[in-house]
Unconditional design. Structure first.
Length: 369
């Protein structure tokens, strides 16, 4: 069958890239033709009506000693291809995409199935288009299969307006299969949409450690320059102090596998994201991992590495807690550090992952016969 995947845009987020890669790979191994549906990247620009006011404010800022690029949008457009050069190489090489200017361009005959997921594709503030598109409103009256795989709201708080709730609930009732990544998503679907959903694994966990090792071995990715991997999305003095503390206590050498990609005040060279293969190699080489990232937590488990998760409430702590509950990791240690979870991955959880893999795989396969 011809299958389209609708997910969040692919840019420099390793977890976002790898969940799309994993889902596409799994579906291809089932014997299907698969494309990730992606809207064409457009230059960042101000609306014409807004430009004079914004440019005027920026000129005033510079005159009053608060420097800010007057033509900020042009600066962003110049820098983006440089910042994304390494992650883009992986995307171009491994992810087969169908580009559209607008979802309305897609025709009923283009796909037999459209799969929505994974990642926080059902979170309005992350899905920048109309959230109804994430519920396939553009496929109205089509004779195709619609499946949600590991779709995530990212929170247990309801962030939809009443109209969005009504409309998305109507659209979801036309889906053949509905699955979510977090256990709270099951409750949200039932409470607000009146539909039943099944909890499944994040797509990245449908591939094996060996699948990911092959990716960096195929490119002769160099060995990491340390033994304590710190993958921190939102740096704070407390998190940096924690990394130093662990390094001293365990006699490890800290290293990182991400740049200052979101720090627009950092020099351009410090914002270039390392390759996806280098990111994966970091988990393979690490003896211990400190992170505030959900997918780094997932890959720590896949690579069987001890790790510490620093709670990241801005990006959603719920995802971590749901994953721990799903894997029955009740022996997690809560430390005095705020929202800190420590997990020494010595116990064998492969049987639990295998069972969940079978359930998740059966969900997908059952609707693709």
């Amino acid at each position: 069958m011809k299958i389209g995947i609708l997910t969040l845009p692919l840019h420099t987020n390793y977890g976002g890239i790898l969940q799309a890669y994993a889902l596409q790979t799994v579906l291809e191994r089932m014997g299907h033709e698969v494309w990730v549906i992606e809207k064409k990247r457009k230059p960042f620009q101000l609306p014409l009506w807004k430009a004079p006011l914004v440019y005027g404010k920026r000129i005033i800022r510079n005159v009053t000693g608060h420097p800010f690029p007057i033509f900020y949008e042009q600066k962003i457009n110049r820098e983006k291809p440089i910042i994304q050069q390494n992650t883009d190489k992986f995307i171009h090489k491994y992810i087969k995409r169908r580009f559209v200017d607008d979802f309305s361009e897609i025709k009923e005959t283009d796909f037999d199935v459209i799969v929505v997921g994974s990642d926080q594709v059902w979170r309005p503030k992350y899905f920048k288009d109309s959230i109804e598109h994430a519920y396939l409103d553009f496929t109205k009256d089509w004779n195709i299969k619609r499946i949600a795989y590991a779709a995530s709201f990212g929170t247990d708080e309801w962030e939809y307006t009443p109209e969005q709730t009504r409309r998305c609930g109507e659209l979801l009732k036309h889906f053949n299969g509905i699955s979510v990544r977090e256990d709270s998503g099951v409750d949200l679907c039932r409470t607000h949409f009146g539909v039943e959903a099944q909890q499944v694994l994040d797509p990245t966990m449908l591939l094996t450690k060996e699948d990911y090792i092959q990716l960096f071995e195929n490119t002769d990715t160099p060995k990491s320059k340390g033994t304590l991997l710190n993958y921190i999305l939102d740096e704070t003095p407390e998190k940096l102090a924690l990394i130093d503390q662990i390094a001293k206590e365990k006699d490890l050498i800290p290293f990182r596998v991400n740049s200052k990609v979101e720090n627009r005040g950092a020099p351009l060279q410090e914002r270039i994201q390392p390759s996806v293969e280098q990111w994966l190699r970091g988990f393979y080489d690490a003896e211990f991992i400190v992170t505030d990232s959900f997918h780094a937590c997932v890959f720590s488990i896949l690579f069987n590495r001890p790790f510490i998760v620093v709670g990241n409430t801005n990006r959603g702590m719920l995802r971590f807690k749901s994953l721990f509950r799903m894997l029955k990791l009740e022996n997690k240690i809560i430390t005095p550090y705020a929202n800190l979870v420590s997990y020494d991955n010595n116990n064998n959880i492969s049987c639990r992952i295998k069972k969940l893999y079978n359930l998740s795989n059966s969900f997908l396969g059952g609707y693709l016969l």
